[in-house]
Each structure stands twice: as C-alpha cells, then as structure tokens.
Ligand binder design. Sequence first.
Ligand SMILES: [Cu+2]
Length: 287
Amino acid sequence: MLHAKSQVARLLAGVAALAALFVAPAAFAAWDLNMPKGVTELSDDIWNLHMLIFWVCVAIAVVVFGAMFYSIFKFQKAKGAVPGNFNHSTTLEIVWTAVPVIILVAMAIPSARMLVKMEDTRDPDLTVKVTGYQWKWAYEYLDDEFQYFSNIDSLSNQIRQLDSGMDPSEHEHYLRDVDEPMVVPVGAKVRVLITASDVIHAWWVPEIARKKDAIPGFINEFWFRVEQPGVYRGQCAELCGRDHGFMPVVVDARSPEDYLEWVNERRVLAGLPPRPTSDATVAAASE
Ligand SMILES: [Cu+2]
C-alpha cells in the first residue's frame, strides 16, 4: 500500500513538472510549432497556401467533430433517444460525396498553381551550380566563371572533435556555419542547378523554402528569390554518410551593390577581370 502511494506521488510530481514546463514563458517561446515564414517570394506563397489549407482542415474538423459530439451527447439512450428506422438516403450519399470532392478540387487549384510556379526556372538573373560532396558543398557561379567550396566553419569543426573539451553552447551557430557561404543578391531570381559527386545529398534552407536532392549523375533544378538581406542557415537533409551532420548550408543575401563587389573579389581571385558596374544581372536584381 505504501509502495503504491509513493508511486502515485512520483507520478503526480512528474505531471506537475510537465505542467510547469507548459506554463513557463521560456518553454512557450521555444514552441514554434508552425513552419517558418521565410524570406523568399516562394516561402511567402507556400506559407500562405499552407495556412489556407490548414484553416480548411480546421473548419472540416470543427464541422465533423462538432456533429459527432453533438450527436453523442444529444441522442443518448439514457436521455430517451430512439433510433431512426430509415436505412438509406440517396440524397445524403450524393451530398457527402460531392462536398469532399468540391473541397479537394478547391484545394488542388491553388496547390497546382504553386507547384507550377515553384518549378518555373525560366529567365533567372543568375545561375549557380551546386555540387554536394562528402562532406562539403561546391558553388559554381556559371555567369561569372568562378567556383569555391563551402566547408563547415573551423570553430564548429574544432568543437565537434572527440574530447575537444569545448562547449558547443559557446558557438552561436554550432554546426550551422560555414567558411564560405553561398552569396546571392537580394531581389534576384537565382536558378540553382544541383548535383552530387559521390552519394545523394540534399540542399535545404528552411527560410528560403527550398529543399532539393543532389543526386550523382543527375541535375536537379530549382529557383528562389530572397526578399530580405541576411544570413540564412540550413543543413544537408539526406543521410549521406558519417559526416552528414557536418555539412551546413549557409546563404548570405546581400544588396545588389555588395553582391557585385563580392563577385568582383571572387573574379579577381579566379584571375578574371572585374565586371563592369552596369552589369545586367545586378541591374535586373535591383529593379
Ligand atoms: Cu550530405
């Protein structure tokens, strides 16, 4: 009896601790249940579509569960409810077939439109070829003829070593930082051609709302247009081997002027002359 009592006490303590977790404001702050809103034209569209479908689902749930629970409580045998004696209703069958079909078609139209938009890589302002390696990324700027590798940053790399004695919490972007990010101009339509040299990787930056497999022997394609300058972080999203967790993806979106400056630095490093300032890519991007 005593034993059972202490078990109950322990259970209650556990429940209380869990309840405290829900009430603590800090715990609430970490409860970001929805998908991030993102910083690209596509992420905005995807977020809006996602919310539209979500509220349609909420409305359906309210109607269906509402009818169910209303019936359960209202028509109880204990309250003297008597079962109906009909067994078929053609009208009802037509209605409950037609209504879901109409809802599905109504949801399919914006979804299909979104898919077509996502796949439309025509007329890009610049094209970057991304290649996944075990375990780093290569970015090749096809319009500017330079390329470079993007490795995990050296501090993350030091911390991650066995017995490094270093604390990951000291690094704000532990495993989410690289030495050379992918740099893009804000407002430009960036077309990405993606492949891999060894195994399947996947390039993923949640705030850019794009995630695409990098497959050896194939070239996949996607596009994005970043609307706000900033640094956006992601990771390889395909289990690609031992160091899969150590190939972050970082996109640095800069103003068209800063981007041009960066391009010229890269071009000089690659032994190419800098671009003229009236360049079409940047002009298009800053429009
Ligand atoms: Cu990978």
